[in-house]
Design a protein around this ligand. Structure first.
Ligand code: GDP
Ligand code: GDP
Length: 455
């Protein structure tokens, strides 16, 4: 490294930064209009329009990356819920339940100007039951005169209320310091399980693609129809299912079992559920209705799994209904709409007839294997050396940036750091990713490549 002009400390720092494991998850919950989205905006420190002025706008992005005092974590915003869909109490409970389930710690936001309401009390009961660490945010304390309002919230029994103005930033630093006190370094749920325990699978996909049918098929049970609203009954959230001679943990299946039919807000509800399941899983099986056109919603769900860095399997369902013409068009659609995840193993199944169910487990295993692949540094550099010699980076402004060396900083998913003598263009990065995949497989896994440029 030193001979190539890199400081050893820089190199170690870059490898450590790139090799970080999955990040812990912080959920921000509370009643509508208490300022959750404003607070999330503040925490992620971006001007990105998380707060929508238009009522009734549903969002599908619910997870954001944040950093405070040098620590990185994910924030789940539950502010997008359309409040009048289920009635306030039920909707707040439902969103809070999902978010808390997926979280390692929770910020509970209360409007200090209004004080604690019955709905707030209901959320407190959920929080108690979940037993996750909680930081109480007394929001809308815009000045010193509001601090007395915040003090009233001691009555909730959640410890010290942190007076905050999400809008102006007042007090958010102290609150975030407390968040870091209680937030574990690594996500307990996702990767805290004993090594060698059952692998965690998230079965996701847009409504009506056949998730519940597939789950019932693989679980060998009759369909369970639950008409109650989410959050009002407690199904076991995860299910252990025997498949291919192994036990698998299908996470967050309660959301699949509960047949919640909603008009407005259903998209957001589905997104939150999907995000929660993805966070808890190692591998996502995205179910796609092969009989129907591949939609933007399908793409978003795939993107959620990829961005979360999970292993990925694509399962095309309802294969029993496809005629030759549809099969032809489906292949074209897959190429154009899902070409960016051509690396994911694919199975064509029918939850109705049981077609190709036996191919699901090998596909999941392949994806997990890719996800955990580690390329020894020697092999990686031999490969990079040959690649760079055969296909050098194009000359730009009279200079030719070169990849000097690289290392794999982490797995689950594979993360690489490449050290370069100059700026490496996006096209060349993609070329390297493509060649890495050709050489080392990585079937079913996203891979991360970061490039460090010599000063
Ligand atoms: P959510 O429904 O809980 O996500 O709430 P929003 O973040 O959308 O905020 C609801 C309203 O409260 C918006 O009009 C915000 O501008 C306002 N608001 C949020 N935080 C504060 C705050 O700290 N002080 C004041 N005065 N208003 C706030
Ligand atoms: P979910 O909303 O993703 O859980 O979807 P469901 O499992 O409730 O399925 C939605 C509809 O698609 C139901 O009417 C199912 O009977 C039907 N369905 C699910 N899988 C298949 C399949 O493989 N073939 C056919 N023909 N129909 C299916």
């Amino acid at each position: 490294a030193a001979e190539e002009g890199f400081d050893l400390e820089d190199v170690e720092g870059a490898i450590e930064a790139a090799g970080h494991g999955p990040l812990p998850v912080l959920a921000v919950v509370g009643r509508p209009n208490v300022g959750k989205s404003t607070l999330v905006n503040r925490i992620i420190g971006r001007r990105e329009a998380v707060v929508e002025d238009k009522p009734g706008v549903t969002r599908d992005r619910v997870t954001y990356e944040a950093e405070w005092a040098g620590r990185r974590f994910k924030v789940v915003d539950t502010g997008g819920w359309e409040q009048d869909v289920l009635g306030i109490d039920a909707s707040v409970a439902a969103q809070a339940e999902y978010a808390i389930e997926a979280a390692d710690a929770v910020v509970f936001v209360v409007d200090a100007k209004v004080g604690a309401t019955d709905t707030d009390e209901a959320v407190v009961r959920l929080l108690r039951k979940a037993g996750k660490p909680v930081v109480l945010c007394a929001n809308k304390v815009d000045g010193p005169s509001g601090e007395a309002d915040a003090a009233y919230l001691w009555s909730l029994g959640l410890g010290e209320p942190y007076p905050v103005s999400a809008l102006h930033g007042r007090g958010t630093g102290d609150m975030l310091d407390q968040v870091l006190e209680v937030l574990p370094e690594a996500p307990a749920q996702t990767f805290g399980g004993a090594v060698g325990g059952p692998r965690r699978v998230a079965l996701i996909g847009r409504p009506n693609v056949g998730k519940s049918s597939l789950l019932n098929k693989v679980a060998g049970e009759e369909r369970v129809v639950v008409n109650e609203l989410a959050g009002t009954t407690r199904d076991p959230v995860d299910e252990m299912i025997e498949l291919g001679g192994k036990t698998w943990k299908f996470v967050d299946t309660a959301g699949i079992r509960k047949r919640v039919h909603l008009q407005q807000g259903a998209d957001y509800y589905a997104s939150l559920r999907t995000a929660a399941a993805v966070e808890k899983a190692e591998v996502a099986v995205v179910l796609i209705d092969a009989a129907d056109s591949i939609s933007v919603q399908d793409q978003r769900i795939v993107t959620m799994a990829v961005e979360a860095g999970r292993a990925l399997v694509l399962a095309y369902n309802k294969w029993d209904t496809l005629d030759e013409e549809r099969r032809y068009y489906l292949e074209r659609e897959i190429e154009t709409e899902l070409g960016q995840v051509a690396w994911a193993p694919r199975v064509n199944v029918s939850a109705r007839t049981g077609r190709h169910m036996e191919k699901l487990v090998p596909a999941i295993e392949t994806a997990l294997e890719g996800w955990e692949t580690r390329v020894p540094t020697g092999r990686l550099n031999a490969f990079l050396g040959e690649l760079v010699a055969a296909h050098p980076h194009p000359v730009r402004g009279g200079k030719q940036p070169r990849i000097l060396f690289g290392t794999q900083a982490g797995t689950r998913p594979p993360r690489f750091v490449l050290f370069a003598s100059g700026f490496i263009e996006a096209g060349y990065r993609r070329f390297i990713e493509r060649r890495l995949r050709e050489e080392f497989g990585f079937e079913g896994t996203p891979i991360h490549i970061s490039v460090r440029v010599r000063e």
